[in-house]
Design a binder for this molecule. Structure first.
Ligand code: DC
Length: 218
């Protein structure tokens, strides 16, 4: 059966999560938050006090971890039967995720877990390499970006809203460092697929971005 896939890639804080969830809901399609998979692995690695630089040990954690996704109002994730949803958004988790995501063997282990999300009637897949590596044959591809200043502001507001303390200047620096690492890594770097529609959301309202993406699918 032909299952439609819409990929939404881009740097952190570009609005991919909000846009992807809204579009998936409007289309009645499944939603893959691939960043949450890398973040869950980071939580497992940190909890087991495995060195982030020990790639073989990180791969072993990736192979052993059991993840369960439940999507009610909000995405809920269980790691080895423990709810870790609240630990996913922090910058500590995000930065650790970005570090371990650079290991080719880690990406290889997590690849099939991501592909398994492709189910009828369709999938909206959000990440860095959805349109280039995980679903290169996707029917619709978007690369959503925004200036790093704007993205840092959005991430700051998001964290504050979740009750997590944050510092705008530090977030800006972390976003720049994370962009650099995600874009320059040798495997599956953050890059727009050649056939992706590029949307710069710096000066757009979120509803305008959602409509632009929906009109691509329609
Ligand atoms: O989208 P996010 O901020 O939740 O992702 C956290 C980190 O995970 C990101 O900095 C890099 C990594 N990641 C990745 O390498 N590939 C993906 N498809 C998604 C996330």
């Amino acid at each position: 059966m032909n299952i439609s896939v819409l990929t939404i890639d881009g740097p952190s804080g570009a609005g991919k999560g909000t846009v992807s969830r809204a579009v998936a809901k409007r289309l009645g399609w499944h939603y893959l938050d691939s960043g949450a998979i890398y973040r869950s692995l980071a939580v497992a690695v940190l909890a087991q006090q495995v060195e982030l630089t020990n790639s073989a040990a990180v791969v072993a954690v990736a192979q052993a971890m059991r993840l369960e996704f439940a999507c009610q109002e909000e995405l809920q994730i269980k790691l080895n039967e423990t709810d870790i949803t609240a630990q996913l958004p922090s910058e500590t988790t995000g930065n650790a995720a970005s570090l371990i995501a650079a290991y080719p063997a880690v990406r290889a282990v997590l690849l099939q877990k991501q592909k398994d999300f492709k189910q009828a009637p369709g999938l909206v897949a959000d990440g860095r390499d959805m349109g280039t590596v995980v679903f290169p044959d996707a029917c619709y591809k978007v690369y959503l970006t925004a200036s790093s200043k704007e993205r840092a502001k959005r991430r700051y507001k998001q964290l504050i809203k979740k009750g997590i303390s944050a510092n705008l200047e530090q977030i800006t620096q972390e976003i720049d460092a994370r962009d650099k690492r995600d874009s320059e890594r040798a495997i599956a770097p953050l890059v727009a697929a050649y056939d992706a529609l590029i949307i710069d959301s710096s000066d757009l309202m979120i509803d305008q971005v959602i409509e632009a993406v929906l009109s691509l699918v329609r």
